[in-house]
Ligand binder design. Sequence first.
Ligand code: SER
Length: 876
Amino acid sequence: MTSKEIRSKFLRYFESNGHTICESSSLVPYDDPSLLFVNAGMVQFKGVFLGIETRPYLRAVSCQKCVRAGGKHNDLENVGKTLRHHTFFEMLGNFSFGDYFKKEAIAYAWEFVTKELDLEKERICITVFKEDEEAEIIWKGMGIPSDRIFKLGEKDNFWSMGDEGPCGPCSEIHYDMGKNVGCRRPNCGVTCDCDRFLEVWNLVFMQWERKKNGEIKPLPKPSIDTGMGLERISAIMQGKIGNYDTDLFSPIIAKVEEISGRRYGQDEETDIAIRVIADHIRGATFIIGDGILPEREGRGYVLRRIIRRAMRYARKIGIDGNFLYSLSGVVVDLMGDIYPEIKQNHPHIAMVIKAEEDRFRETLTFGTKLYEEVSESIKKTGGKIIPGDIVYKLYDTYGFPLDLTMEMAKEDGLELDLEGFNRSLFEQKERSKEIAKAKKETIYRYDYSGIKEPTVFVGYDRLECPAKILMVLKDSIPCEELKEKEEGEIILDGTPFYAEGGGQVHDEGTLKTENGIVKVTHVKRIFQDVIVHRVRVERGFVRKGEIVSAAVDPLRRRDVSRNHTATHLLHYALRTVLGDHVRQKGSLVEKERLRFDFAHYKAIDPHELWKVEEIVNEKIMECEDVKIEIKPKEEAIRSGAIALFEEKYGQIVRVVKIGDFSAELCGGTHVKNTGEIGSFMILSESALASGVRRIEATTGRYALYHSRKDRETMREISSILGVEKQKLMERIQELTTALKEKEKQIETLKEAIVSQRVDEAIKEGYEIDGAKVVSVFVEDGEVEFLRKVSDMIRERSKNAIAIVGTRKEDRGIIVVAVSRGLENRYNAGEIVKKIAEKYGGRGGGSPNLAQGGIPGDRVKNAIKDKTLLESIQMRN
Ligand code: SER
């Protein structure tokens, strides 16, 4: 059975049992700072399990993209070394949100593996949580003999998403790959680490919520979360021992074999390298496909690490050039039909990987230089150990994996101070822990646990509405009231205030009660559906339970909405001018301006930018209606609406349609007709990261404001130059030409004056030991000019030592030149050094010509200083 067939069989089986098929969410967890990457199928349903988000169904099934490389479930170090660990993998899962529980979950799983997949019952073993007798009884009821049910502890049979969130006891289905696989010890069993017993499917009986302080409390309704690794079940179904032998990996491995000229399955070292590359290229392709770029920390750092780890293993099997970027094409060919985001983003993905390959190679060069300097000096002094802080610096600053440094040291007969390295690493980890803790605390400070209902948002249609105060918080703690001048937070049952999200800033405005007026300064969303108003009491007081009249500042809202609709127009215009590969990577919609980041590979030329601005303005002038449609996500996507891969959408989506040319999934606020935007003006275009450009623009009255400012500047220039606007260019050109002409004249005059001075100086010059010392001071000269003067002296006087100095404000420059024929006795570089030493500066150069800098007010004395030259003469 191909992996494609298994994937679809799973989805269809649960669909026919009343489950709604849900698409995989992005690898980037939505609104969940506690998690680096989505690491299980249940992550997109976390809010549903906790009872703070609702869906139109109680049963769901999915095939979810997952990454486990960092955080609680981190498999990175094992990847490549085993046959079954991955950074990226697909998880098949069925979910019940307070609908069915243990009995049905076990029955479905059993039916699926024994009937749909037709696995041999005798090769299946089960593990259950040691205190979960109920699960054990249910399994026995399915006909599993007691000697194939194993009761294990929390480590194996209690699942939690991270340090906090929904969790519960679990039960796992293991498959016996056969006596000849793995350690071959007679007592080998499900708990053995070898490859014989393969954990295939984990059924989690979600019953608890773990809070950040470790406290565990029951979930509103017991639920089901299951997860089966597609790679593992494919291995079983395809009669392979390792996941890497399945059809999910074989085309990638074949390509690596072709590039490296090595074969998979011949020796362990090569196999590890090939597995690392095959796994990591899948991880990198999907992570970049979901909008992450390599960075120094967080998700971007995980991406950087896996790209670098793959490159390092590639070197071990003789691949030196850039190749990962092209390998991403194999992943796209293999999986692009199921995950269109990697297909659509493919040029971007390849570019990002290539740039990172270049960067690491460069880093390797710099790091190697540092390593060589250090190791040379250690060897010279007879040392044997490379200090821990250097090893750490190579690791941290230059991205050198530890074993690379180790390998290099070994070749030089040196060792690493691993203890010192670990100490530095530990200190750094402690530092980042502190930072992470501080960050987390600021995010989770508030206690909103009293709120269970989503806030009703009426702000798409109305800017004012009455509402009831459900919760008041002061200093993060729920309280009864806020008094005059106090700040805090308010949650209402309904609100017209738009909470910051989807790139759009929050609304501002007021809440009025019988007894007080409150200013709303910020609005955010928590748990996806609850809207929190940050407030300051301007007059009187507000109390929990009171009715308020909530009113959004209409001017600000209109400015923001203009910019938001213009962002959609800009997206359309960019795709029209530059091509369909342009995809939004991020945006910021504010009151005064908008910012739009998108994938594109080179700077946009002024002509194209002009065209983009023109198209947007045309669409504004055509006064197109902006229509909102609410429809199922699949239908929206089918009809061509643009969705962002980084965003999480529900099953029912909001589509913002402009005329018949633009349709985007979007939750933001918009104008009703493009005519309301007034006008659109691009302010700047720049590079944000490799392959990502940024445009800043503005609309409406701010566009007017900018153009007024420009006109004002122009008017001032005209008045300074004393010509009309139309003649400005001409005048500026005239002035520039005249200025150049004048500069030339000054130059000639200066030379003439100096030329005279040189003659005088030669006359005044004095002899020492057959050489003539001539010194000249020039006001405010450039180095080039001083050199010219020194040449003049040498041309006019034989055997000259020319010393020319100038003063440019505080700085003084000195140039010394020695005639040919004298250089055996006098050295210009030495002379400059001497002068600099005595007068507090620095300098040097060749025996013929040298220059130095000393404080400006000392130059005149320095160039006339005979004592100095006499001492030089004696030395020479
Ligand atoms: N969340 C569980 C796991 O990841 C089951 O999906 O194993």
